[in-house]
Each structure stands twice: as structure tokens, then as C-alpha cells.
Design a protein around this ligand. Sequence first.
Ligand code: GA4
Length: 328
Amino acid sequence: MVVLSQHEHFPYLRNCIGTNNNLLYGGIPLIDLSQPDSKQLIVKACEDFGFFKVINHGVPMDFIRTLESEAVKFFSLPLSEKEKAGPPNPFGYGNKKIGRHGDMGWVEYLLLTTNSEFINSERFKSVFGEDPQKLRFALDDYILAVKKMACEILELMAEGLKIQPRNVLSKLLMDEQSDSVFRLNHYPPCPEVEGGNVIGFGEHTDPQIISVLRSNNTSGLQISLRDDSWISVPPDQDSFFINVGDSLQVMTNSRFQSVKHRVLANGLQSRVSMIYFGGPPLCEKIAPLPCLMKGEESLYKEFTWFEYKKSAFNSRLSDNRLGHFEKI
Ligand code: GA4
């Protein structure tokens, strides 16, 4: 495993290495959304890594800080209080158990739908105690801004791929029925880290189209490269990290590949991350975009997001979920 050091003082100057026009930040592609060449660089990053870091993203820092402080407040409550918001089936508070088939991690979390119906529901109110207003407003502001940025990235991606219309991907997230999920993770400092790596969140790919992650300044996230080695992603609380999900892999007929990633527990510091998982409506067919095919055969059988999601949620974290849907 390659562990990349994090430079404190001039991170951009020290970490930027140019290859094929692609800036790398600690080995990770860096995309400046304000630059005109970002569309080509996004495509390249999705082909080579399925992962990149985004700066000049336009999400107000105020929304990020408010949501982080509300999340920290929630995770600081006594366990008995937090458990009132669980179990996460499918939404709510979870502790160490991930999914339905025995995966465990050094993590506690809140899993939420992104539609305001849930956030405004009686269940949410009962779960989040006397004054759920602040967390609710913080979630609403943050999710709306991050979804807007995710759609902008998907539109730049479509332009970079030279496919039309430019909203061919973003419209799936904009759809009222979009099946997107939001996750707040807290990785407490882990006393057992001394003896070796402790898994905070085991290796997996995300089933959706695109995931947008932001964390505080605590390390832990690692991504797997095409040669199966792992690299540590230097944390940056002011930027976002984008993952290609399984559905986007299928829609590009494997030109892009979903990125395998995991989180290792930290011995000293708490890690707090917030992730928006942009998914399509349940009834949407997930298949390679015809305009990308140029005579190629689809590598996948046809399926809907509902079918994929059902199968994915019945899998273990590290399973190759797309395997069942590949043509032989
Ligand atoms: C990974 C991406 C998202 O966090 C998530 C996860 C979901 C869960 O935590 O319940 C899953 C995992 C994720 C993929 C395989 C199944 C389902 C845990 C698990 C073992 C919310 C999602 O959509 O898929």
C-alpha cells in the first residue's frame, strides 16, 4: 500500500504533479470547476480512477460548517438517545452494523432519504427530539447545493463525452422520483488501531450513479487503483470528492469504472463525513447510453434501478454486485 504524505503549508504547490494535463493532488485527479478544460479532465479522471477531487465547487462553506456542527451534536448524544433514531431499515441511525448481511465497521451513521418528505415527516421529528429544526434546515440547504453541483458535474461529463442532450445524466438526479440517499458517518477514534489497520467502513463500490463526499480534516479514506493497490486520499475539508458509481459504469458500458473504496479507523481523531448518493428513479432502465455505443455490444443485461438496488442491498459490502448483470 502506498501512503501519501499530506503537506500542511503549500498543499497545491507541493502536491500538484501534471500528467497529460491532469493535475494530481496527492495522487488524486484535481478538477477546478471554474476552468474551461474541466469537462475533458472529468472524463479522463473517470476513466483512469473513477474518482476525483473538486475545488471551486460553489457550495457555500456556511452550509457545510452548519451541517457538520449539527452532525457532531447528534453523534455526541448518549447512545440511548441516538438509538431512538434507529435501526436503519432502511433509514435512521446505525452503529457498527452495515447493511443486512453481517458487515461491521468502526463507524456510527445516519442514513436518510434526500426527499424533504422524509426530512419533514413526523418520524424524523420524533427521532430528532425537541428541536429537529436546525438539523433539518441544515440538511435541506446542504443537499440542495450538493445536488446542484453533482448535476453540474454530470453535465460537464456529458459535454466531455460529447453526448447530447447535456442533461442526459443530470436529469436522473433532478427527477422528482430520483432515488437518492444521504449518509452522515462518524468514525470515533479507535484505541485498537496501534496493532494494525482497523476497518471503519469495508471496501465496496457505490451502487448509484455518482457520490459526492465531504469530510472533516481526518484521514482514513482510501481508494483502490486499477492495479488493485490502495492509496490514501489526503483529507481536505474545503473540497469534495466524487465517486463513479456502478450505475454510471453500466451507462458508459464500462468506459468509466466505479471506484472501490474503504475507510480505515484513526487512532486519535474523529472522522465525520457526509455523502450524497445520486441515484435514478426506481423505474429507470440502467443500460449503456446508445449515443456512447458506436456499434459496440452492451456488456450488461438490461435491468431497472429497482432490480439492481434490490440485489445490491442483499449483498455483502465487498461483493462484485455488477457480476450478476454482466452478459457472459
Ligand atoms: C454503499 C453506498 C451507500 O453507503 C449505501 C450502502 C448500503 C447500506 O449501508 O445499507 C449498503 C452498501 C451501500 C452496498 C451493499 C449493501 C447496501 C450496505 C451493504 C452491505 C447506503 C448504498 O446505497 O449501498
